[in-house]
Design a protein around this ligand. Structure first.
Ligand SMILES: [Fe+2]
Length: 189
């Protein structure tokens, strides 16, 4: 059955369980679209430089490469790859955009690591704007010691070091299977 021959509802309060079963099946069948869209957004980061030494795709690839070479697992590597994907839409709130894209597909500590990553990065540059380089301390109350340590490792060892145009950064194709695996789990709600 294709979507066009489905007799479906025009308003939700008239929907039936059978119609929702079709929508559920179609949505699950099309789950691969999520990874496709994420990869498209990542590719678009190559157009964004904004004064950095590398474009934002290279920065994301380099962050993921550093994570992989440090022995990080697949969810961490994919999160590292996607941590700045929100910049494809909007820089000021990019951590939350990226975190919410990842949220249904990664464990909670990985979601939180991306959500707070800018304030953890702030240790290395907030003072240039008159901001608080210890902004990460504000997150101690909402993170467990393990979550806090992971967020520190991400910012200090991988993210803040990943602006080197001469580093042998892995290409996007290197990570593509893992992107498809992590975003491949269907989540309907
Ligand atoms: Fe970053």
């Amino acid at each position: 059955m294709t979507q066009t021959d489905t007799q479906t509802f025009t308003r939700m309060d008239e929907s039936t369980a059978e119609q929702w079963a079709v929508i559920g099946m179609e949505s699950a069948k099309n789950q691969g679209r999520v990874a496709d869209r994420v990869l498209t957004m990542l590719r678009s980061l190559s157009e964004i430089v904004d004064g950095f030494a590398t474009d934002q795709l290279t920065h994301c690839l380099q962050t993921a490469t550093l994570a992989e070479r440090a022995g990080a697992d697949d969810e961490l590597v994919v999160a590292a790859l996607c941590h700045d994907v929100g910049k494809a839409v909007s820089v000021p709130n990019h951590p939350r955009i990226a975190a919410e894209i990842l949220r249904p597909y990664v464990r909670d500590e990985v979601y939180k690591m991306i959500l707070v990553h800018q304030d953890f990065q702030g240790r290395h540059y907030y003072h240039h704007f008159g901001g608080d380089p210890n902004a990460r301390e504000n997150h101690r109350a909402t993170l467990t010691p393990e979550e806090y340590a992971l967020a520190e490792r991400f910012a200090d060892e991988w993210d803040q070091r990943a602006f080197d145009p001469d580093y042998d950064t892995e290409p996007l194709e290197h990570f593509e299977d893992r992107v498809r695996k992590v975003f491949g789990a269907a989540s309907l709600i």
